[in-house]
Write a protein that binds this ligand. Structure first.
Ligand SMILES: *Cc1c(COP(=O)(O)O)cnc(C)c1O
Length: 395
């Protein structure tokens, strides 16, 4: 299948969408699938849907679809909850695996919720753990035999900087630490091979590059050889070995099923499952090559036309995910002006203008058109208006 495949998305006319790294657009067919599902399954079958429509099996069925994109074997990924919860589950399991070690290692480029969840877990465990946060470039050097778990987001949400997954995993394992990768900005964006890298855990969300829609459920992957030893901290009934025995005591479910917690978001999973159909026709190596081409074009054209912006992403495409960020002191207002002119990216404090490149629905013409508009906004100071400076709740 050649890229882009714009007809597979319902994008509004006249918009150039450079924010699929934050919320993927609506794939064609999802609206109809969700309408049919609510009418024909929920509406017609009522509670029988759990059995006749396979709702209860959905979290692992869709998990296997996500598993194919991240190189994880069947039966090693399950869907549910949000990414913050999955981070908590992975980290609590990792700390149980290394009871004599007290350090959780992460980096300052990690997304705040990952760090907050770690802090909260550590505080409530009250076992003397400490969260050690180092600069992204210092992670490998900071791994030693005090580290229980290395918990890192593969692609930095702010700068797009991408860690070397194989090298860091190997270093963690040599030091006896458990490895947790957050793939929020990787799944569907860059090739990932969980089986090949051998990390114990991976987590991620599906509303970014996987286009599952706002509030789409998260995923967790656990390496098959260790999942049987996990005693889940969030021991919910649907992770029980026999939920409908209504046993007063918890017994973990078989394999990855134990990482389920409560009732799955069936309608959101139906939307995600429909959105996932596209990936059967995408070669991740082609996608990556196209993403690098678009990103390199964007960097070159912005640097030529917008002297006030400075590149915040690594210049070497091998060290970059599928987004490009630029620093600009008036970045918030400039992004608001850009959005008002039909080019949607986003802003991350204090001064990062962030642009996601998704070759599924973007081509070189879109990139040039976006840069032209950006250059005009900066040259003519179109951002310098009170309505563009006023901060909204979501940036
Ligand atoms: C987007 C993102 C999240 C969001 O977590 P939710 O619980 O889904 O809101 C968490 N971590 C990282 C690294 C992210 O990029």
């Amino acid at each position: 299948m050649t890229l882009p495949m714009k007809d597979r998305f319902d994008l509004p006319a006249g918009i150039i969408y450079l924010d699929g790294n934050s919320l993927g657009p609506l794939p064609a067919g999802v609206t109809d699938t969700v309408a049919a599902m609510t009418r024909d399954q929920w509406g017609a079958h009522l509670i029988k849907g759990w059995n006749v429509d396979g709702w209860m099996a959905q979290p692992s069925r869709v998990g296997d679809q996500v598993g194919r994109i991240i190189g994880a074997p069947p039966g090693s990924v399950v869907m549910g909850d949000t990414l913050s919860i999955k981070v908590y589950q992975a980290l609590s399991a990792a700390l149980q695996m290394r009871p004599d070690r007290k350090v959780v290692l992460s980096d300052s480029g990690n997304f705040p919720t990952d760090l907050y969840m770690a802090e909260g877990l550590i505080r409530h465990l009250d076992h003397g753990h400490a969260l050690k946060v180092v600069a992204p470039g210092d992670v490998a050097a900071a791994i030693d035999d005090t580290v229980a778990a290395v918990m890192i987001t593969h692609v930095d949400y702010r700068t797009g900087r991408m860690h070397d997954m194989d090298a860091i995993t190997a270093k963690a394992h040599r030091a006896g630490a458990v490895m947790i990768w957050d793939l929020a900005h990787s799944a569907g964006a860059v090739p990932v091979d969980m089986a090949g890298c051998g990390a114990e855990f991976a987590v991620g969300c599906t509303y970014k590059y996987l286009n599952g829609g706002p509030g789409a459920p998260a995923f967790i992957h656990v390496r098959p050889d260790i999942v049987g030893g996990i005693d889940p901290a969030l021991a919910g009934w649907l992770g029980h070995e026999a939920p409908f025995a209504f046993d007063p005591d918890y017994r973990p479910g078989a394999g990855i099923e134990r990482m389920r917690v409560g009732t799955p978001p069936v309608i959101q999973l139906a939307a995600l499952e429909a959105a996932m159909a596209i990936w059967d026709r995408v070669d991740m190596a082609d996608l990556r090559a196209a993403s690098i081409r678009l990103s390199e074009q964007f960097i070159a054209e912005v640097e030529a036309a917008c002297p006030d912006l400075t590149l915040a992403s690594p210049r070497d495409s091998r060290q970059r995910g599928s987004q490009v960020s630029f620093r600009f002191e008036q970045g918030y207002a400039a992004m608001q002006a850009l959005i008002a002119h039909g080019v949607i990216g986003d802003f991350r404090a204090p001064e990062i203008m962030r642009f996601g490149f998704t070759p599924l629905y973007l081509d070189a013409g879109d990139v040039s058109a976006a840069v032209e508009i950006l250059a005009r906004i900066l040259r003519d100071r179109l951002w310098d208006r009170p309505e563009f400076r006023a901060r909204q709740r979501v940036t």
